[in-house]
Design a binder for this molecule. Structure first.
Ligand SMILES: [Zn+2]
Ligand SMILES: [Zn+2]
Ligand SMILES: [Zn+2]
Length: 304
């Protein structure tokens, strides 16, 4: 029976590349494709999808302006550790970087410039290796081990939640693995939990500081010195200032560009950083950092 095609989330700041990937995926019969141009918008969109019961395969640009690939991956994997993240990198020669990304939980990588053949191969492997742990009937031990395998480091409490196993049972099993020399105890891990249901599946939630909408994009602002207008570059059609209708001429002389600003699609406000709080993926409770509950438990690492 053919697999149902996964949803895809592309987190990529270059519109051209993201359109290219989209095109290729269409050819491979993937039609539910979402795109975001910043890490923050990407995490937001990922947790929205998970809330709707969809776990997308993620294409992640290694170099995004607002967050490192590592930060984005750890946010995504803390929501769903079984997410397949495919890193797009232009430095495929930089083996260390790729190794580090794979170690931190990336599933695969594709080299930029992205070629159809390469992307097709990655997708083929992915389709053949459908892991979908939660749908399979594993016993506790197998579940615990598969989550250990997926993580560079994981706490006992998180392992208990992900594998849906009581903490005492996890601790027993961990003792057994430890005596067999297969895992190693590391320093304790302190983590955020939901102040309502104690879940550790917590996602960062980014929003516009003015109207609290999460519908924002990242863009470039242009300031026209002469009239003082500051607005998104798209509003300067044909290099004409939308306020004074004069032509903008020389960068740095009569106008300047301000990169990496966020623009709210709902209220139009412009801000250098979106505000953020946390959202519990399990019960949808939204809370600020100072209202979060913290929990500390032993950290574990698989011996490789
Ligand atoms: Zn909760
Ligand atoms: Zn002007
Ligand atoms: Zn707004």
């Amino acid at each position: 029976m053919p697999n149902k095609k996964n949803s895809i989330l592309i987190i990529e700041d270059s519109l051209a590349i993201s359109m290219l990937i989209h095109e290729f995926l269409k050819k491979l019969d993937y039609h539910d494709v979402h795109t975001c141009n910043t890490g923050k918008a990407g995490i937001q969109s990922f947790s929205d999808l998970v809330n709707k019961g969809i776990v997308p395969v993620v294409f992640l640009d290694y170099h995004l302006p607002d967050m490192t690939a590592n930060e984005i991956m750890s946010n995504i994997l803390s929501i769903r550790p079984d997410t397949r993240i495919i890193i797009e990198t232009a430095d495929a020669k930089n083996e260390e970087q790729i190794k580090a990304a794979l170690r931190d939980g990336a599933y695969q990588y594709v080299e930029k410039p992205i070629r159809y053949e390469n992307l097709k191969n990655v997708i083929k492997t992915l389709e053949e290796e459908e892991p979908d742990i939660e749908k399979q009937t594993f016993d506790h031990g197998q579940k615990i081990e598969s989550f250990l395998k997926m993580s560079t480091r994981i706490s006992v409490m998180r392992l208990s939640e992900y594998s849906d196993t009581k903490v005492e049972v996890v601790k027993e099993y961990v003792k057994k693995l430890e005596s067999e020399g297969r895992i190693q105890r590391i320093e304790d891990i302190k983590e955020i939990t939901c102040n309502q249901c104690n879940s550790m599946r917590i996602a960062m939630n980014f929003y516009c500081p003015s109207c609290k909408s999460s519908n924002f994009k990242q863009g470039k602002l242009i300031e026209h010195f002469k009239c003082g207008n500051v607005s998104i570059d798209e509003s300067y059609t044909n290099n004409t200032c939308p306020k004074c209708r004069k032509e903008i001429k020389i960068l740095g002389v009569d106008y300047k560009a301000i990169d990496n600003y966020y623009i709210c699609n709902d209220c139009g406000d412009k801000f250098p950083e979106p505000a953020h709080d946390y959202i519990c993926v399990k019960c949808n409770n939204r809370f600020a950092l100072d209202k979060a509950k913290w929990i500390t438990s032993e950290g574990l690492k698989l011996v490789r």
